[in-house]
Design a protein around this ligand. Structure first.
Ligand SMILES: O=C(O)CCC(=O)C(=O)O
Ligand SMILES: [Fe+2]
Length: 213
């Protein structure tokens, strides 16, 4: 894959994108953009996620942080693999886009986001993640959540939606379609992942503030 010209879709990070990102997060607490990844980058990331799954390198996700971290398969049943820079060209291209997103969020919303952590997620048929907030209870720095979906040809009726529960508003379902980006405020937006009738792959990440100790 040629990272330099296959990464961004034409309208990611243009003025309209940036203005909508800023307005939607500020006014509603979430933002969606359907063609964020190029199909080439989507394909490379989907292939990498699938290979990690097939080679048993993804692990059951846990809940909580530090010593409180534990496995709760009644709350979530996906498998994850944390990303690190240099692991592949596709992951580096994705991390570059997230760096651009971090700068954009800081410039438009003055959020002071310092860094980003991210993992692949693989939900096998029937896997789910019940209603939760992404911010941990104790001194957590997670501020903005980002999900990118990697699933070609996702059909209505296959389930697997990200269900947002905006405060005092009706729930909103988003299908996990390839190339799609969803951004929301980690401390405010309750959300869940509904079970699907097929495997579901994504990249999930969090922009964090520096924690002062
Ligand atoms: O995959 C999704 O749609 C959301 C995943 C999620 O909520 C999480 O990993 O915290
Ligand atoms: Fe979440």
């Amino acid at each position: 894959m040629n990272v330099t010209n296959a990464t961004f879709n034409g309208d990611s990070f243009n003025e309209v994108f940036n203005a909508k990102l800023c307005a939607d997060l500020r006014d509603h607490g979430w933002f969606q953009h359907n063609l964020f990844l190029s199909s080439e980058l989507n394909h490379s990331l989907a292939e990498e996620c699938l290979q990690l799954h097939l080679s048993d390198q993804l692990k059951p996700a846990t809940i909580g942080q530090g010593q409180q971290r534990s496995l709760h398969t009644n709350i979530r049943s996906d498998q994850i693999g944390w990303l690190h820079s240099g692991q592949s060209r596709a992951c580096d291209a994705y991390l570059l886009m997230m760096e651009q997103l971090r700068l954009t969020l800081n410039q438009t919303l003055y959020l002071g986001l310092e860094d980003y952590e991210s993992h692949f997620s693989f939900y096998e048929t029937g896997a789910f993640y019940s209603k939760h907030l992404d911010r941990f209870h104790h001194h957590d720095a997670r501020t903005v959540s980002v999900v990118i979906y990697l699933n070609d040809d996702w059909l209505a009726g296959q389930g697997g939606a990200l269900r947002l529960h905006p405060h005092n508003l009706a729930t909103h379902d988003i299908a996990p379609l390839a190339c799609r980006l969803v951004v929301f405020l980690s401390a405010e937006m309750l959300h869940e992942v509904l079970p699907a009738t097929r495997n579901r792959m994504s990249l999930t990440g969090w922009f964090r503030l520096r924690i002062s100790t």
